[in-house]
Design a protein around this ligand. Structure first.
Ligand code: DQA
Length: 149
C-alpha cells in the first residue's frame, strides 16, 4: 500500500488534457491518460505510486504544489505547459516547498519560439527533462527512483 513517502504527484498544466489531439507533430499522438497508464506501470515496478492530475488553472497548480509538501510526498513531476514561461507564482511555490520538483516537457522548448526559452519552473526545479515526447515523464520518474533527485 502506497504511503506519502513513496507517492509522486504528476501535475500537468493547461491544454495538456488535449494531448493526442493537440499539435501532434509537436507533442505526439499519446494521450495524457495513456501517459498516466504507462507511468503507473513503471512506478509500480519501481515501488512508487503516482497521482496524475491536470488543470488549466495556474492557481490550482500552486495549490497542488503546497499540497505535495503538506502531504509529505516524495517528489513532484511538473509539466506546467505554457505557465512554465510566464508564472512567477509557480517559481515562488516551488521555492516555498522542500519537496523536489522535476520539470517535464514533451517537446524541447529551448529549440522552439524565443518566448519558450525562459522557464520560471526551471529556475527552481531540481532537474529538467525535455524533448523526449511522452518518454520525458518516464525519464523524470526514473531520476527520482534512482535517487538522483
Ligand atoms: C510543453 C511546452 C510548452 O512550451 C507548451 O506551452 C506546452 C507543452 C511541453 O510539454 O512540451 O503546452 O510544456
Amino acid at each position: 500500500m502506497a504511503d506519502a513517502s513513496n507517492t509522486i504527484y504528476v501535475l500537468n498544466g493547461p491544454n495538456l488534457n488535449l494531448l493526442g489531439l493537440r499539435e501532434p507533430e509537436i507533442y505526439g499522438s499519446t494521450t495524457l491518460d495513456e501517459i498516466a497508464d504507462m507511468l503507473e506501470d513503471r512506478a509500480r515496478e519501481l515501488g512508487f505510486a503516482i497521482d496524475v492530475r491536470q488543470t488549466n488553472h495556474e492557481g490550482m497548480l500552486v495549490d497542488w504544489l503546497h499540497e505535495a509538501q503538506a502531504e509529505g510526498v516524495r517528489a513532484v513531476l511538473l509539466n506546467a505547459a505554457a505557465y512554465t514561461h510566464t508564472s512567477i507564482a509557480l517559481l515562488d511555490a516551488i521555492k516555498a516547498i522542500a519537496t523536489p520538483v522535476v520539470e517535464v516537457h514533451l517537446s524541447d522548448p529551448k529549440t522552439r519560439e524565443a518566448f519558450r526559452h525562459i522557464s520560471y519552473v526551471g529556475m527552481a526545479a531540481a532537474k529538467t527533462v525535455e524533448g523526449h515526447g511522452a518518454d520525458s515523464y518516464r525519464i523524470a520518474l526514473e531520476a527520482i527512483a534512482s535517487g538522483e533527485v
